[in-house]
Design a protein around this ligand. Structure first.
Ligand SMILES: *Cc1c(COP(=O)(O)O)cnc(C)c1O
Length: 215
């Protein structure tokens, strides 16, 4: 499959009300330009250096999403480009983003990442902790605007397990939504599980390999 065909396949299998972020990590600028030429505008990157290297070489109307682990000392690399940071996985990181955003005289849209998978290695706030703490972040960090939640399901073949994890995330989303003025984004679903994520209420899916091929 070409990139154009991969993109078309994904778009044909999702409702137009769900937003597609094409995950372009490890892909060269030329591959991103092919997806761009086919009409795709939202792209996701997971490494700050890579985003900062590629974004200036690409058209200005690309909407960049930062989806990977973010160390405090790399926030400055990400802020000039990212329209949404999906991967805020600790309060410490949120506080640092808030501070850098204030220094840059910006308000930064962020998602809080929740840990919903069985694997220990996946990042994120434990669900119960998020339900207690996230409402407090609203007034505490005025230079971030918390727009919703992000999560990654377990990497398993058992799709009922995956569905259950997405339900857990959607349920946390529904509980937190009334506490924020503009809480409208639920980022869940990747190449292997985006159909289920959409059935369970995703508003953004993050898809890499189905579009660009294996990395
Ligand atoms: C790489 C990545 C994706 C895309 O994964 P694919 O399986 O290639 O679709 C989505 N979300 C995050 C956070 C990622 O790091």
């Amino acid at each position: 499959m070409t990139i154009q065909e991969g993109l078309k396949h994904v778009l044909d299998t999702m409702p137009s009300t769900v937003k597609l972020v094409a995950v372009s990590k490890f892909q060269p600028v030329s591959a991103i330009l092919q997806a761009y030429a086919a009409g795709q505008r939202a792209f996701g990157e997971s490494r700050p250096q890579e985003l900062a290297a590629k974004a200036p070489e690409l058209p200005d109307d690309i909407e960049w999403h930062f989806i990977g682990p973010l160390q405090s000392n790399k926030i400055k690399m990400v802020l000039p480009y990212a329209t949404l940071i999906h991967s805020v996985d600790t309060e410490r990181l949120l506080a640092r983003i808030d501070r850098q955003a204030a220094l840059a005289d910006k308000i930064v849209d962020c998602l809080i990442q929740l840990h919903i998978a069985m694997e220990e290695t996946k990042q994120g706030f434990p669900v119960q902790e998020a339900l207690e703490q996230v409402p407090l972040f609203r007034d505490k960090y005025p230079n971030v605007r918390i727009r919703g939640l992000m999560g990654m399901a377990s990497f398993v073949d058992d799709m009922e397990q995956v569905r259950g994890e997405f339900r857990t995330l959607k349920s946390a989303f529904d509980k937190l939504q009334p506490r924020f003025p503009l809480f409208d984004t639920l980022s869940m679903g990747m190449s292997q599980d985006y159909n289920i994520a959409i059935e369970e209420g995703a508003t953004i899916v993050r898809i890499g390999s189905t579009i660009f091929g294996s990395r």
